[in-house]
Design a protein around this ligand. Structure first.
Ligand SMILES: Nc1ncnc2c1ncn2[C@@H]1O[C@H](COP(=O)(O)OP(=O)(O)O)[C@@H](O)[C@H]1O
Ligand SMILES: [Mg+2]
Length: 251
C-alpha cells in the first residue's frame, strides 16, 4: 500500500508546489512509483512546475464524476520514468468536490503507487481539508518569516485535529546571512511550529529558472535546493541523511 503525503502551509507562496514537484521527481528517480497530484482546484500550477501543462487535459474531478477512469486521467512524465501526474480541475473550487468520492479515489491511488504527493491550497479552508483528509503524512512548508511560521502552527494544529499523526516540516528559502541578521534560527522555527524537521532548503535561483523553463528542478541541477530536495526524498523513504550541522547553530 502506498503512502499519501499532503504538502500544506498556512500562508501562500512558501514553496508547496515547488516542494511537491521536486520531491516527487526525486522519489521517482529513486525508483519509487510516484504520483504527484494537484489539489489546488481553481488555482492549479503544479503542471507548470513539472513541465506537464500539455498533459493537463482531464483532471481528478473527471474521475470523481465517473467520466473517465483513474488510469486515463494520469499521465507519466515524458522525461522522468515512474513519475505520474494527476491535475486539479482548472475552474471548479473545492466546494464542488465530494469528500467521500475523494477518499475512494485515494484508495485506488494507494493501490497503484508507492507514494502520492498532494499539492494543497494554502490555509485551513475546505480545499486544504479535502487535500489532507486522506493523508498518512503531512509536510508543512514554511519560510523563516514570522507570519508564515505562525500560520504554519495553525496548520499543524488543524492536521492534528484531523488525525494526521506524522507531521514533518520543511523550512524553505533559507538564507544563512539574513537568518543571522534577524537572529532567527531554524531551531526557533521548529520550536514555533512544533513539527519535526524533514529538511531545510535554501534560497536558490535555480528554483526560479527551472520553473520559468517548465523543467523539473532535478533535471536542472544537482546542487543547493535540488540536492536538498533529494535528501528530503531520501529521508521520506527511510534513509538516514544528516540534516547538516551548519543549519543547527549552538544555543
Ligand atoms: N528555495 C527557493 N529558492 C528560490 N525561490 C523559491 C524557492 N522555493 C520557492 N521559490 C519561489 O517562490 C514562489 C512561490 O513558490 P510556490 O512553490 O509556488 O509556493 P506555494 O505553492 O506554496 O504557493 C515561486 O516563485 C518559487 O519559484
Ligand atoms: Mg502552489
Amino acid at each position: 500500500m502506498g503512502k499519501v503525503i499532503v504538502v500544506a502551509s498556512g500562508k501562500g507562496g512558501t514553496g508547496k508546489t515547488t516542494s511537491v514537484g521536486a520531491i516527487s521527481s526525486c522519489l521517482a528517480a529513486l525508483g519509487q512509483k510516484t504520483l504527484c497530484m494537484d489539489c489546488d482546484a481553481g488555482l492549479r500550477n503544479l503542471d507548470i512546475i513539472i513541465g506537464m501543462t500539455d498533459y493537463a487535459v482531464t483532471d481528478f474531478s473527471d474521475v470523481l464524476s465517473g467520466f473517465i477512469g483513474l488510469d486515463e486521467a494520469i499521465t507519466e512524465h515524458p522525461k522522468i520514468s515512474g513519475l505520474c501526474f494527476l491535475p486539479a480541475p482548472a475552474f471548479d473550487g473545492p466546494d464542488e468536490i465530494d469528500p467521500k468520492a475523494m477518499s475512494a479515489l485515494m484508495e485506488q491511488i494507494r493501490e497503484r503507487f508507492d507514494y502520492c504527493l498532494i499539492d494543497s491550497p494554502a490555509g485551513i479552508g475546505p480545499g486544504f481539508r479535502l487535500a489532507a483528509q486522506n493523508a498518512d503524512m503531512a509536510i508543512i512548508v514554511t519560510t523563516g518569516d514570522i507570519s508564515s511560521m505562525r500560520d504554519g502552527q495553525r496548520v499543524f494544529g488543524e492536521l492534528r485535529n484531523m488525525g494526521v499523526e506524522e507531521i514533518r516540516l520543511i523550512v524553505n528559502r533559507v538564507n544563512p546571512k539574513s537568518f543571522r541578521r534577524i537572529e532567527t534560527t531554524v531551531d526557533d522555527i521548529i520550536d514555533t511550529i512544533g513539527a519535526k524537521l524533514l529538511g531545510i532548503v535554501e534560497e536558490d535561483e535555480a528554483v526560479f529558472f527551472s520553473s520559468n523553463r517548465e523543467t523539473p528542478l532535478i533535471l536542472f541541477g544537482n546542487k543547493k535546493a535540488a540536492l536538498q530536495f533529494l535528501h528530503i526524498a531520501q529521508r521520506i523513504t527511510g534513509a538516514r541523511i544528516p540534516l547538516g550541522s551548519r543549519w543547527r547553530p549552538a544555543r
